[in-house]
Write a protein that binds this ligand. Sequence first.
Ligand SMILES: *Cc1c(COP(=O)(O)O)cnc(C)c1O
Length: 334
Amino acid sequence: MSVIDLRSDTVTQPTAGMLNAMAKAATGDDVYGEDPTVNQLEAGLARRLGFAAALFVPTGTMSNLLGLMAHCERGDEYIVGQQAHTYKYEGGGAAVLGSIQPQPLEFQADGSLDLAQVAAAIKPDDFHFARTRLLALENTMQGKVLPLEYLARARSFTREHGLSLHLDGARLYNAAVRLGVDAREITRHFDSVSVCLSKGLGAPIGSVLCGSAELIGKARRLRKMVGGGMRQAGILAAAGLYALDHNVQRLADDHANAQFLAEGLSAAGYAVEPVQTNMVYVQMGDKCEALKAFAGERGIKLSAASRLRMVTHMDVSRAQIEQVIATFVEFSQN
Ligand SMILES: *Cc1c(COP(=O)(O)O)cnc(C)c1O
């Protein structure tokens, strides 16, 4: 029985082409700055996204942490969404390791943060308060694409208020492909951007933080502090370069599969939320555990939650999506 894993787009296996690129990668000691493939990835992605510099790191969690710590000193504050990855899903790293106070706000329905609410949360310059330094956004945010017009407003808003602007762009390319724009149309509004190579792009490991030369210099020192300078990391960077060359435009297939899945489940009577990219959310109420077990017996891996999330990716085909729909239909008839 072939397994259909819809828990996340992190579960993809490296393809033969990617493994071949990794095997052939030229390497050196990256802590000495001597790994040509890492240097090519960092310089190449920085250029593609319109930044002066970039830093290759093992995870998106580390990339975001270094971004936040490079922008904020001890006792500074960043404003962030309640459900944002950097706030909720990264072990509280910015607070624990960076002594950066988070100021979480509720997300709007479209995945943005209301700028009037952000303005109200900015602390006055007064010794009672932490110093508000940074606004962190996420795109895509639970599969939702932030409108370009909103990003432009967030940019002028943060300039006006003297804040830096960071993007957790773990799925930046899903947003760009959905909008049909060059990723730079998104990244040009930000001071720093973290991009995951290990999500829909299909690399086994790796994220890249992009920013100014000064910011990335600071992040490089911090990376050492948090234990993450790698040596012949070119074998991993090669997977990232391969992913950027081969797996960006194909994200449209994942989006089409997610849309197809949503339509199929909706037709079967499930409460499906509107789909924009590669994530399908279904309100399951108290049926989630039963569905997870039912699907599991039929080779479909789901993460059980009353708001069930299914993520499409390069290792799930259209035929398998049809199989998933059929399984949900069968479950609803039981
Ligand atoms: C996955 C993810 C990250 C972190 O990436 P890891 O490589 O798993 O540490 C950050 N932000 C978002 C939105 C993510 O989905």
